[in-house]
Design a protein around this ligand. Structure first.
Ligand SMILES: *Cc1c(COP(=O)(O)O)cnc(C)c1O
Length: 416
């Protein structure tokens, strides 16, 4: 049975939306992007939502928006996807990496120690969809001693007058804190609509802002939209609809707008996200937990506790006490049954770019430990019960084989 890792969810609703866009005569940024932005604003209970062509470009945009430049520092976890750090490097600033807690979230005590007068922002990462402790992070950046350290250089920095809290919400669309959208607790949440994420637009992303009252959300929305389109005063859709040919370039913007043809896929998927796609992911995670709980080697991932709930983007299986080499053997065994699994993530200090920049994995023991025993299992709405049972049996057999556990035998029939 061949089982892929994270195929996109394409049903008739998605196809109809895309066909509608193709037949409309307008395929780049226009009415569909406006609809997706409106829906994202509502889903995240944010003050404004701006669609872009990737999480990465959205993060670069927001760091530039805040005026982050060479000499500035941005605190990030060592345990994340490279894009978190690359967005900082692309602005010429320094990613200051800190270790994570057992639940994979950036360690708030490590953040506190890492803050300097150069710190301009923190990017916390909701790994696997599990939201970070934003309340605690907000409390830290709002303490008088920490605020006193902050040196405001640009108009936006003066308006905020403290460190900017960004959520790398690439995994966490639909995650909650106190039953509210998790994005309410950071200043800026950036979502990814890459093909493997919970909601996709093939490639894409969305910036959701929840800034303090010193900022006017409508003004920031208009400014950010200009920023995604070269700083051009009139967009192509307005011009093509009789808006006149004259335009101006107001500042050095980026070219990172989302096309309508992509937004259409996202709109189609969002139609069933809360009623169907997210509950199906949650069901799979619950079944994995329920069955693996019987195994002594199972470490349960953070999914729902402390008033927080995941978006069930990844199912991060962790196995007690195994080495990195044993983890790799287990993966080989699972893969030999044609089930595709993954590892999220290789900590950044283990990758060539970051090693060359001087980061050392030895300084991030928790990130390394979380990586060394992790295997991400398939979790997506299309997964059938038959496939799920096959994955569970294969995983249990593979772990028992590699760990040479006694009583290794085929599992009894699993009933869901
Ligand atoms: C996927 C991902 C990104 C990057 O998203 P893109 O839309 O591909 O730029 C950033 N951070 C994390 C944690 C991710 O998993």
């Amino acid at each position: 049975m061949k089982i892929s890792f994270a195929p996109p969810y394409i049903d008739q609703l998605v196809i109809d939306e895309v066909m509608d866009t193709l037949n409309s005569g307008w395929i780049t940024t226009g009415p569909k992007v406006a609809i997706l932005e409106h829906q994202m604003k509502q889903l995240t209970a944010s003050d404004a939502a701006v669609c872009v062509n990737s999480w990465t470009s959205g993060a670069i945009l927001m760091l530039k928006w805040f005026g982050i430049k060479e000499g500035d520092e941005v605190i990030i976890p060592a345990y994340t996807y490279c894009a978190t750090a690359l967005s900082v490097l692309h602005c010429g600033a320094t990613p200051v990496m800190v270790d994570v807690d057992d639940d994979c979230c950036i360690s708030t005590t490590a953040v506190l120690k890492a803050i300097t007068p150069k710190t301009k922002a923190i990017i916390a990462v909701d790994i696997a969809g599990w939201p970070c402790n934003y309340k605690e992070l907000k409390a830290i950046i709002n303490t008088p001693e920490i605020k006193k350290l902050f040196i405001a250089e640009t108009a936006k920095q003066k308006a905020l007058n403290r460190i900017l809290l960004i959520a790398d919400a690439a995994h966490s669309i639909g995650a909650t804190i106190d039953e509210l959208p998790a994005s309410k607790y950071s200043d800026v949440s950036i979502f990814s609509f890459h093909a493997v994420k919970n909601i996709t637009t093939a490639e894409g992303g969305c910036i959701c802002i929840n800034l303090p009252p010193a900022f006017d959300a409508n003004n920031e929305y208009r400014y950010l939209k200009l920023y995604t389109l070269n700083g051009q005063s009139k967009d192509a859709f307005t011009k093509s609809n009789g808006g006149g040919w004259k335009y101006d370039i107001l500042f050095m913007g980026l070219k990172i707008n989302m096309p309508d043809i992509c937004a259409a896929i996202g709109i189609g998927q969002l139609k069933t996200y809360h009623a169907k796609l997210l509950p199906l992911r949650k069901r799979i995670a619950s079944i994995y937990c329920e069955i693996f709980k019987e195994m002594d080697w199972f470490i349960e991932p953070a999914l729902k506790r402390d008033n927080r709930e995941s978006s069930y983007h990844l199912f991060a299986l962790r196995i007690k006490g195994i080495s990195e080499a044993q983890r790799d053997q287990i993966i080989d065994s699972i893969m030999s049954s044609e089930i595709t699994v993954n590892v999220h993530f290789t900590p950044l200090p283990m990758l060539t770019l970051f090693k060359d920049l001087g980061y050392e994995i030895g300084k991030y023991p928790s990130a390394y430990a979380l990586y060394a025993n992790e295997i991400s299992l398939p979790i997506y709405p299309q997964l059938t019960d038959g496939e799920l049972i096959f994955i569970i049996k294969t995983v249990i057999n593979s772990v028992n084989k590699v760990l040479q556990l006694d009583n290794f035998k085929e599992l009894e029939e699993i009933e869901l």
